[in-house]
Design a protein around this ligand. Structure first.
Ligand code: SF4
Length: 245
């Protein structure tokens, strides 16, 4: 199987596992999603969802947020962390929309990247969810899972995005991004991936390597037991360490 076939198989398996992937951020308009994605940096979507109802009640459109009192905004969003920077970013973003984009969130990537607090990942989220543009959305979950599976060898988000754009049909790119993101939260977690239970383990590079290492260790260790001397066992373990390096 080549990597494109892997992607199609991964997509099929994850669609079956998560038939209704949904965005984890709550929003009702492009403006609200833009603010929510800025607030989601370095925190959980659940935490953002706790503060946005009050924020949007107080500042229902970009003009309101643009002229808001920074201190009041900071109090509302404080629990999302980095609240001073985020308050400056969301008020700055609102100002940018009002002054340069007629109070609308643009859909063009270059224009989105001119908005304070919006990077490539956030721009892709907005393009995908508000404007139905195909997008590979690279966040920490996506980088980790695609790297482990073996779909990319890079840790650079732009390179990962480009690698995956080449491997995926644009009709599935947004859904594929969401499915991988969900899988990273539920199974392929950073600290302790649940590989034994994972539907992707038969096509995952990380799992294959881990299994091979396990088999290598067993063979080395079994032979050490028959030699019956502590020194030999230590030597075998030393060789096993070398094997892993
Ligand atoms: S087998 Fe393990 S490393 Fe591979 S995708 Fe599944 S959980 Fe992640």
């Amino acid at each position: 199987m080549d990597k494109s076939q892997h992607v199609r198989e991964i997509y099929r398996l994850l669609q079956k596992l998560y038939p209704n992937p949904v965005s984890f951020l709550n929003y009702n308009s492009p403006y609200q999603l833009m603010v929510a994605v800025i607030l989601s940096a370095q925190t959980t979507d659940a935490q953002v969802n706790k503060v946005t109802p009050l924020l949007f009640r107080n500042y229902p459109d970009p003009k309101d947020l643009m002229v808001s009192n920074l201190g009041k905004v900071e109090i509302i969003i404080r629990s999302t962390g980095f609240y001073k920077v985020k308050a400056r970013n969301i008020t700055g973003a609102a100002k940018k929309l009002v002054l340069d984009y007629n109070s609308e969130v643009p859909e063009n990537m270059d224009e989105l990247l001119t908005i304070p607090g919006i990077g490539r990942k956030s721009a892709n989220v907005i393009r995908a969810h508000c404007y139905n543009k195909p997008a590979i959305i690279v966040d920490t979950h996506f980088s980790r899972v695609t790297g482990r599976i073996g779909l990319t060898d890079s840790s650079n988000p732009v390179k990962i995005e480009n690698d995956l754009l080449l491997l995926t049909d644009n009709r599935i790119q947004t859904d594929f991004s969401m499915l991988i993101n969900i899988h990273g939260r539920k199974f392929c977690t950073a600290g302790n991936p649940l590989c034994e239970e994972c539907v992707l383990n038969s096509i995952c590079r990380y799992f294959t390597m881990k299994s091979d290492e396990g088999r290598g260790f067993c063979n080395v260790y079994k032979s050490s037991l028959s030699e019956n001397s502590l020194t030999d066992r230590m030597k075998s373990l030393y060789h096993y360490r070398q094997y892993l390096n």
